[in-house]
Design a protein around this ligand. Structure first.
Ligand SMILES: Cc1cc2nc3c(=O)[nH]c(=O)nc-3n(C[C@H](O)[C@H](O)[C@H](O)COP(=O)(O)OP(=O)(O)OC[C@H]3O[C@@H](n4cnc5c(N)ncnc54)[C@H](O)[C@@H]3O)c2cc1C
Length: 272
């Protein structure tokens, strides 16, 4: 049953926003671009975009000529503790939607819906351990949750394995390294797969000789190397990444590590 107070909050909470584009940052040697938008609505300054770390929202750019339509969902990669802006990151490819997004003028109002989604930290239990398995651009909800847990000094223990094709594609690495320095409950392991390199180059050479992280896809050995058996038996596993990675991680968790479904949470970026 919905209480009178919840009804009131639901009726007050706006469902659509127009947020001003503040900043565009391209990530060198990749097709990834990050966008910062204001948290306040352009027309109604008292309407602040509220969200839980890990949630996503739909952005409408009005690109009717795009075969997939004018709307895309994007995870809000910032944390609610970052009060001045929200952060969205994506791969810019050759679709009318992405081309328009990449070429927006700073200051343009962007239409976005109120954030939704349940790919969020365990609610009501800050002491529960979590494991984040991230592939490529699927790191966006993890940046939000890692930053939120760090800024709020939450006791939640986080182990994150972040898999990328090469070192350049490790998104938010400086932010993550800063969080690791501040948060003793946080462990982050990067792995380089070498995907997309030409056939003569192995994942080892793709990683470069100074590479100190892991090499290859996330597998059972990699997970058990960084987690105790107690952590394996108790943690909630979050997975986000491209469809192939999600399938592989589901198999790894269910078949190889015998993790029950109720301890696995998956966020699928449909459209990739
Ligand atoms: C809950 C949810 C959260 C999401 N969060 C995010 C998010 O945080 N960030 C995000 O980026 N997306 C996110 N998505 C996915 C997003 O909504 C789009 O579907 C996605 O970005 C694809 O955009 P696009 O349709 O413009 O196609 P794109 O994938 O951008 O472009 C497709 C075109 O690019 C070309 N192409 C395809 N693969 C390659 C390749 N490997 N190299 C070069 N060119 C290629 C092809 O010509 C293809 O036609 C999320 C989706 C959901 C449902």
């Amino acid at each position: 049953m919905i209480s009178r107070q919840s009804k009131l909050i639901m009726s007050i909470r706006p469902s659509k926003f127009q947020l001003r584009l503040l900043e565009i940052t391209s990530h060198p040697d990749t097709d990834m671009v990050s966008f910062k938008l204001s948290r306040k609505d352009v027309q109604q300054e008292n309407h602040n975009l509220d969200y839980k770390a890990g949630q996503y929202a739909a952005m409408d750019l009005g690109t009717k000529e795009d075969p997939e339509g004018p709307v895309r969902s994007f995870t809000i990669a910032s944390s609610p503790t970052e009060v001045e802006f929200i952060l969205v990151s994506t791969r810019i490819r050759d679709t009318p939607f992405k081309k328009k997004l990449a070429n927006l003028e700073i200051g343009t109002p962007v239409k976005i819906t109120a954030p939704v989604g349940s790919f969020v930290l365990p609610e009501g239990d800050d002491s529960r351990s979590v494991v984040f398995l991230s592939g490529g651009i699927g790191v966006t909800p993890f940046r939000s949750m890692v930053k939120y847990a760090t800024d709020n000094h939450l006791p939640v223990r986080i182990v994150m394995l972040d898999s990328n094709r090469n070192e350049e594609n490790i998104l938010y690495r400086m932010d993550f390294d800063q969080c690791v320095r501040e948060n003793s409950n946080l462990k982050i392991i990067y792995t380089i797969t070498g995907e997309g390199q030409d056939k003569s180059s192995s994942s080892v050479s793709a990683a470069g000789s100074n590479w100190k992280g892991e090499i290859g896809f996330i597998n059972k050995e990699m997970i058990t190397k960084y987690m105790t058996s107690n952590e394996l038996e108790d943690s909630i596993f979050y997975v986000c990444g491209p469809p192939g990675m999600l399938k592989a991680m589901q198999k790894l968790l269910q078949d190889d590590l015998q993790i029950p479904d109720e301890r696995i949470k998956i966020e699928e970026f449909t459209g990739y």
